[in-house]
Write a protein that binds this ligand. Structure first.
Ligand SMILES: Cc1cc2nc3c(=O)[nH]c(=O)nc-3n(C[C@H](O)[C@H](O)[C@H](O)COP(=O)(O)OP(=O)(O)OC[C@H]3O[C@@H](n4cnc5c(N)ncnc54)[C@H](O)[C@@H]3O)c2cc1C
Length: 578
């Protein structure tokens, strides 16, 4: 086994909106620094930013305001967001969208008067979701990728998997251990500053939307490093994942919220429009509400042939739908469905992870030298992410991390710290573990985990189901640790990487379940049928998970309402009306 040692000043883990923005900003701040981007996949082809369909929330229209966007974010997040992070998100989104258009080269759809078009997204009081048709992520990530290519000094380690944050001998972070997926060789990269931007990705559920390269690796590394993780029970289910049968990876992929935003209907297996039974906002209720309504229809047996419900768009005019949602109509056609004029089967699908590493507004974590941005970070969304706030979050905080890290290096002069050799050896042994066991059926274990999380810690949970879930996860992880991979050749050994993915997913599944057990109320994406009420908003708490030698501990901390308290608003027109 070879271990190559490299050095860089700024090491960025992840090449989504957060990672690429961080690299470009850091380069602009100080082009003399050595910057390295690591990505598990190929640049521009991996992660979820590329998959963004709907768009980017930003308050640009004179009828809208940062305050309104902020209030939607706080109320949508059920009063759990960290208000300074949420404010930074909505306020900086304006500058970031201008930057995307004027410096990065994106073109978003426009109104006839030349202003940016904002589409309707659920749970928002203004149509503020800027987009490029329904293929917004491809526009953003392609242009970001070109900008990175145009700066050859930014080093790229593509198809490199980060496996461990490695401590320095004197504490703090020394660097990161990577596997070059192509050769199977290990690289340790020592860095002055590291950005964790691997994009979360709750792919441990039967139905899920994130890209295949995402398996919560970043959060698994952070957990093992002893960092505190916030809101880990908060897994967002998107109500309308495509249900295309068990034999295709297309099952679970998202049919975007804009479909419901423009007036799409949801029908159960008896062809009844059912959302009126659950919420007066009907199909435009927030994702958590619509997901639970669909789940309730499923539990009541009022399902379609494949066990979901239908989305119907035909009443809006098939030609109109085909024009407005070209990407999705084409994708559904590829799977044999007519989205524009017919019925498409859908099911709630795990989409986004609101939980993540606790960080400051400037993206710093409690670990010296480690920063975090994008879906790996937590606090911006609380119990529920608004559709359109995900890519805004990644690009806003990725850019901030890119501004901050060069300044931090200049101020703190951390230099390169030597890695703790014992920790490095232990991490190498951990990554090689599957080569030391008898081969077995990994896919069967993965399937078991998908079902366990969907059935026991999914859209609706209670104490008994969560406890069953934890016992199931323990069994699956124990089996995994006794299961090896058959091919000893590490070159492009995807079974090895499946194994590592599954280990990260098991570890984070347990944390999700434990945090879900701790929260004995129902907020946003977290719904406990044994505690269906939200609890007192004024004394809201958020969960904090941390791994120590004795296991995973889940604590609670009070939410600090730095800008607005439950029951109040910062909107002047509403204050005047009261
Ligand atoms: C289908 C879909 C549609 C969506 N639509 C919208 C939308 O309309 N609007 C919106 O706001 N949000 C949307 N989102 C959410 C949005 O995509 C994410 O919030 C955001 O893009 C995350 O950005 P990121 O930079 O944090 O992570 P990503 O863009 O996911 O990038 C993660 C990067 O980390 C890399 N990585 C992962 N693990 C490792 C590892 N171990 N080592 C090295 N690299 C690693 C990946 O390869 C990738 O490069 C959607 C998500 C999906 C899945």
């Amino acid at each position: 086994m070879n271990l190559e040692h490299l050095k860089t000043d700024i090491l960025i883990l992840g090449a989504g909106g957060a990672g690429l923005f961080a690299a470009l900003h850091a380069f602009k701040a100080n082009p003399d620094l050595d910057i390295t981007i690591v990505s598990k996949g190929l640049l521009g082809k991996c992660g979820c930013t590329r998959m963004v369909q709907g768009g980017y929330n930003v308050a640009l229209n004179p009828g809208d305001s940062v305050e309104r966007h902020f209030m939607d974010t706080i109320e949508g997040g059920k009063w759990l967001p960290h208000q300074e992070l949420a404010w930074t998100l909505v306020a900086t989104a304006i500058e970031r969208v201008r930057e995307l258009e004027n410096e990065i080269g994106c073109f978003f759809d426009r109104n006839p008067d030349g202003t940016l078009h904002g589409k309707a997204f659920a749970g928002q009081t203004f149509d503020r979701t800027v987009h490029k048709g329904d293929l917004t992520g491809i526009e953003i990530i392609n242009r970001l990728m070109e900008q990175v290519w145009a700066r050859p000094k930014i080093r790229r380690l593509e198809e490199h998997r980060a496996v461990a944050l490695v401590p320095a001998t004197d504490g703090g972070l020394a660097g990161v251990l990577l596997i070059d997926v192509r050769t199977g060789e290990f690289r340790f990269v020592a860095a002055q500053a590291v950005l964790l931007a691997t994009g979360g990705g709750p792919t441990m559920y039967r139905y899920h939307t994130p890209s295949g390269d995402k398996s919560m690796d970043g959060l698994a590394m952070a957990l093992r490093f002893g960092l505190p993780l916030r809101d880990m029970e908060m897994v967002q289910f998107h109500p309308t994942g495509l249900l295309a049968g068990p034999d295709t990876r297309m099952t679970g992929t998202v049919l975007e919220e804009g479909l419901r935003g423009v007036g799409g209907y949801l029908l159960n297996g008896a062809m009844q429009r059912f959302m009126g039974d659950y919420d007066q906002k009907l199909e435009r209720a927030t994702r958590d509400v619509v997901s639970r309504a669909i789940y309730a229809e499923m539990k009541a047996g009022r399902t379609t042939e494949n066990g979901g419900v239908y989305i119907a768009m035909g009443h809006l005019g098939p030609a109109n739908v085909a024009k407005q949602f070209k990407g999705m109509v084409d994708r559904c056609r590829d799977c044999g469905f007519d989205l524009a004029g017919g019925l498409v089967e859908v099911v709630p699908t795990a989409h986004y992870f609101m939980g993540g590493v606790i960080c400051e507004v400037d993206t710093a974590t409690e670990c010296f030298g480690l920063f975090v941005a994008g879906e790996d970070a937590s606090g911006m969304h609380g119990a529920n992410r608004l559709g359109g706030n995900g890519v805004a979050n990644s690009t806003v905080f990725g850019g901030i991390a890119g501004d901050v890290m060069p300044r931090w290096i200049a101020a703190k002069t951390p230099g390169h710290r030597p890695p703790d050799p014992h920790a490095l050896d232990a991490e190498l042994a951990r990554a090689l573990h599957p080569f030391t066991c008898k081969p077995g059926n990994l896919n069967e274990l993965r399937e078991k985990l998908l079902d366990t999380m969907w059935d026991e810690v999914g859209v609706v949970r209670d104490r008994a189901s969560i406890e069953r879930g934890i016992a199931g996860i323990d069994r699956i992880e124990a089996e995994l640790l006794a299961t090896g991979v058959s091919d000893p050749d590490p070159h492009f050994n995807l079974t090895w990487h499946d194994w590592l993915n599954l280990r990260s997913l098991c570890e984070l599944s347990r944390v999700i379940a434990l945090a879900a057990l701790k929260r004995e109320n129902s907020r946003g994406a977290h719904f406990r049928s044994d505690f269906p009420e939200p609890g007192d908003l004024a004394t809201s708490t958020f969960t904090v998970a941390r791994q120590s030698a004795s296991g995973i501990e889940i604590g609670e901390r009070p939410v600090v309402f730095t800008r607005v308290k439950p029951g109040e608003t910062i909107l002047c027109d509403q204050i005047a009306a009261e």
